[in-house]
Design a protein around this ligand. Structure first.
Ligand code: ASP
Ligand code: MG
Length: 427
């Protein structure tokens, strides 16, 4: 008997039928003798609808009110799931963030969890209930409702799993695990059976959308084992956990990419002490921009170029601030390239295997892909390339690092009933 925390994303509970499917899965677990806590996101895209509603009424809606409104999506799905479980003849009780003891700071719309008081959940489990918790929400020291930031339900699930010392935190989603690369870009992508926290964090941080970096980070801190899998099949997905260091690890586990950034270059900046500090403090303090890869070129005639990448979402502010900085420092100009992509290869085995960077760059060169920026960590190599060369670059690297699967990926977004119907037809 074990304690399972199972989180279901918006698509997994998007319709009444899907909620019934989730309920059935939880009841099956319970019948097998497991303790079960479910964590749910809002149904389908309902959080987007709530954001749109708020925006229509007030584009600068107070964050406190926004949180109250956004928290309602999960209240609907949690009570709906509890009802569906009861309809199957099993006891269930739903818990909002505050009822579940999800304590946070007061950072409305991006609150951080400070503590999980699990007494009520434990009580419910002991009394034979399946507990159903609202993801994404909590309560601050004033008693006000908070939310954890978009996609925050994964974090809720990991926090509850940590608080309850659960055996596993299952994260059910619309894909059946973590792939060597997004299968929509390269259908030869292969599902990864097991991956370490560090590699998963690098992949998530570099654009792999399947798990949030924040939830993986929390899982690593508390040693929570994550099982990321599909709500539409019974196939095992990907286990994220601490991998044994003594074991041989994959040199390259996966490839991630990100098309949501732009490259900014400030040309001919006078090469004086404190210039980089000035540029990046302006970007942080005035533009409130996230800055990623940074390159400062070799100085020539006392002048240098500084390049960096920044999310497209921050670009308008970066442009404005950049113009001022160019003027202030007496640089020549600022150039922005929006059609770039960042491509990263990640693997724990890189630590002990030299020549991975060389192989990566050679493969890209052989395939006529030009690299404009490079950055690395101990287990990651990232390059910036032209956006329209991304597909070619991913595909040749995927092959070069031996990641190709023999089977082509086929998207299955079918419910159990639909799968059963399909199977019956084939018979
Ligand atoms: N419903 C919230 C969102 O859409 C939280 C989540 O799905 O994790 O962002
Ligand atoms: Mg989500």
């Amino acid at each position: 008997m074990s304690l399972i925390v199972a989180k279901f994303g918006g698509t997994s509970v998007a319709t009444p039928q899907r909620i019934v499917n989730v309920a059935q899965r939880l009841v099956d677990y319970s019948t097998q003798g497991h303790h079960v806590v479910a964590v749910v996101s809002a149904m389908g895209k309902s959080t987007d609808d709530l954001v749109a509603l708020a925006d229509e009424l007030n584009p600068n809606a107070p964050a406190r009110e926004l949180d109250v409104m956004l928290s309602t999506g999960e209240l609907v799905s949690m009570s709906a799931l509890a009802m569906a479980i009861e309809a199957l003849g099993h006891k269930a009780m739903s818990f909002s963030g505050w009822q579940a003891g999800m304590l946070t700071d007061s950072g409305h719309t991006k609150a951080k969890i400070t503590e999980v008081k699990t007494d009520r959940l434990i009580q419910a489990l002991k009394s034979g209930y399946i507990a159903v918790c609202a993801g994404f929400q909590g309560i601050d020291p004033l008693g006000d409702i908070t939310t954890l930031g978009r996609g925050g339900s994964d974090t809720t699930a990991v926090a509850i799993a940590a608080g309850l010392h659960a055996d596993v935190c299952e994260i059910y989603t619309d894909v059946d695990g973590v792939y060597t690369v997004d299968p929509r870009l390269d259908p030869r992508a292969r599902k990864i059976d097991e991956i370490g926290y560090d590699e998963m964090l690098e992949l998530a941080g570099c654009g792999a959308g399947v798990l949030q970096a924040r939830c993986v980070e929390m899982a690593r801190t508390y040693g929570v084992v994550i099982h990321c899998r599909s709500a539409f099949s019974n196939e095992p997905g990907t286990i994220v956990k601490e991998l044994d260091d003594t074991m041989e690890q994959a040199i390259v586990s996966g490839i991630a990419f990100d098309k949501s950034e732009a490259k900014v270059t400030i040309r001919d900046v006078p090469d004086n002490v404190g210039v980089a500090a000035r540029v990046f403090s302006a970007m942080a303090d005035d533009a409130h921009a996230n800055i990623d890869m940074i390159i400062q070129n070799l100085s020539e005639n006392g002048q240098t170029d500084i390049s960096f990448t920044t999310p497209l979402a921050d670009l308008a502010r970066v442009r404005e601030t950049g113009e001022k900085v160019v003027e202030e420092l007496g640089a020549r100009e600022m150039v922005v390239d929006e059609s770039i992509a960042k491509l990263s290869v990640v693997g724990a085995g890189m630590r002990s295997n030299p020549g991975i960077a060389a192989k990566m760059f050679q493969t890209l060169a052989d395939n006529d892909v030009n690299i404009s920026m490079i950055s690395t960590s101990a287990i990651r190599i990232s390059v910036v390339i032209k956006a329209d060369e991304l597909e070619r670059a991913v595909s040749c690297l995927h092959t070069a690092f031996g990641l190709d699967s023999d089977d082509l990926f086929e998207e299955t977004m079918l419910s159990r009933e639909e799968l059963a119907a399909k199977a019956a037809k084939g018979r």
